[in-house]
Design a protein around this ligand. Structure first.
Ligand code: PXP
Length: 258
């Protein structure tokens, strides 16, 4: 697979819906946020319809597919209900994620090895419906090998452990180790023919080293951008993230060709 020159940004608008749902009603509208994010440089929109509908609602997914002219990355648990919804709306991509009701966010990647038998028919049915399947996994070569065995074309590497380590000690050994795991997993993904995405917990401070990994094709970023939007607006937050990603990617490619 060729080195990825342009790094795509998928903006996750789940937490616009979190704020809306705090009061019910329609404001703020995640579809309006998606439109703004696209104008500011997002290449696609990501939304996670959770089993408990704590943020994104069914109607948001229908409207995102209908009203936004950029690819929708539909995050979903591998359940019969979500499979039915995905096959009804046929988003550009579906990212299979683990889901537990009690978790605050998606804590950890899918256990692709142990969950192989459950995932197999879900990946097959989504693929048959023309939906590009990605699996949200830890940066672990065994998970990537299992993704290939499942015939999933894409993996998204969970960057949460790296971002947590960075928060505690940006220059620490654990941060470097977690980043190395992502670098190694992205290289492994490229070797075995998987398209590689990454996301979770990324911020202005942590995005650069991940964007510099040239075999990564797409980053999906949500919570931090929506939080930043409170202070400076969504347009400005997305533009700055886009610029930081582009700078890091250009510098990495420059180093490669030097
Ligand atoms: N990618 C996946 C698969 C996710 O589940 C999430 C969180 O919903 C994200 C990316 C975005 O993470 P964050 O909101 O922390 O930027």
């Amino acid at each position: 697979m060729a080195t990825q020159r342009r790094l795509r940004l998928g903006v996750n608008i789940d937490h616009v819906a979190t704020i809306r749902n705090a009061r019910g009603g329609r404001h703020p509208d995640p579809v309006r946020a998606a439109r703004l994010a696209v104008q500011a440089g997002a290449d696609g929109i990501t939304a996670h319809l959770r089993e408990d509908r704590r943020h994104i609602a069914d109607d948001d997914i229908a409207r995102l597919v209908r009203e936004i002219d950029r690819p929708l990355n539909f995050e979903m648990a591998a359940t019969a209900e979500m499979l039915r919804i995905a096959c009804t709306h046929r988003p550009h991509a579906a990212c299979l994620v683990p889901e537990r009701r009690e978790e605050r966010t998606t804590e950890g990647g899918l256990d692709v090895v142990r969950g192989f038998a459950t995932l197999k028919p879900v990946v097959a049915e989504l693929t048959q419906a023309g939906i590009r399947v990605s699996l949200f996994v830890e940066p672990d070569p065994a998970a990537l090998d299992a993704a290939v065995a499942l015939s999933a074309p894409v993996v998204e590497l969970h960057t949460g452990a790296y971002c947590h380590a960075h928060l505690e000690d940006p220059a620490g050994a654990r941060t470097a180790r977690e980043l190395d795991r992502i670098v190694a997993a992205a290289a492994h993904a490229e070797r075995i023919g998987l398209e590689c995405h990454a996301g979770h917990g990324l911020t202005f401070d942590t995005v650069g080293p991940v964007a510099a990994i040239v075999s990564i094709a797409e980053l999906n970023i949500g919570h931090f951008l929506i939080g930043e939007a409170i202070f400076g607006g969504l347009d400005s937050a997305v533009r700055r993230m886009r610029a930081l990603m582009d700078q890091a990617r250009s510098a990495a490619l420059g180093q490669r060709s030097a």
